[in-house]
Design a protein around this ligand. Structure first.
Ligand code: CA
Length: 224
């Protein structure tokens, strides 16, 4: 899972990032609300950890803005302001949970697991990378508002890669996403889907690249 960590204190941010990486998470560290908004434009996140006292304002102000954009990732607010009024303000703004510093990393991990189990009441999930926007609900990819016409299996490859953007997705995971248990899979079918998808993404100027990781699988990332 990819986590956006919005925290301006370098030591705190480094310690949190190291702990989360040790639990199989990809962590993007940013130090301001502005940088967080930029990161949210280009990446999909499974969860957002948000400090309140940031150089460019109260971290809580980010929450309504990201919800308005359709970002449904759970937000856990991390702050020294642990009293009741602050806690209520955080939850009223749309935070999913609130954790007062100092906290044990085990508690943060437990809270993360809890918010990830909670079904979201936001109806649409939007994955974004480069110029590409993908609606998981509608199984629809678009670039700058123009919908791409993709065969179902290419769509499933794309969605599976986007959900783990920046990380290698194993061939077996992609094949599982694309084929039912009863489908016969030809050995090079996945590569064919990927190469067609890659060409369509390039033609559409999607601003993303799919890389083959030899012997392992594929990964998608923003075009460099
Ligand atoms: Ca701070």
């Amino acid at each position: 899972m990819r986590v956006l960590l919005v925290e301006d204190e370098p030591e705190m941010a480094a310690a949190l990032a190291a702990a989360l990486k040790g639990h199989d998470m990809v962590v993007d560290r940013v130090a301001t609300i502005g940088m967080a908004e930029e990161a949210l434009l280009t990446n999909g996140y499974g969860a957002i950890l948000l400090d309140r006292q940031l150089p460019d304002g109260d971290g809580l102000s980010l929450i309504p803005r990201l919800r308005a954009r359709g970002v449904q990732a759970p937000v856990i607010v991390l702050t020294a302001q642990g009293d009741l009024a602050d806690r209520v303000a955080g939850l009223d703004t749309g935070a999913d949970d609130y954790l007062a510093k100092p906290f044990a990393i085990e508690e943060l991990l437990a809270r993360l697991r809890a918010v990830l189990r909670r079904p979201s009441d936001m109806p649409t999930e939007i994955l974004q990378l480069g110029q590409l926007t993908y609606s998981a609900e509608h199984r629809q990819a678009s670039v700058a508002g123009v919908v791409m016409t993709l065969p179902r299996r290419e769509l499933l490859v794309l969605e599976t890669l986007l959900r783990r953007s920046g990380r290698t997705v194993a061939r077996s995971a992609l094949e599982e996403a694309v084929y039912g248990f009863d489908d016969e899979i030809q050995s090079n079918a996945l590569d064919t889907h990927v190469s067609r998808l890659r060409r369509r993404l390039a033609d559409a100027d999607a601003g993303v690249e799919i890389h083959a990781i030899r012997g392992i699988g594929y990964l998608i990332r923003r075009a460099s």
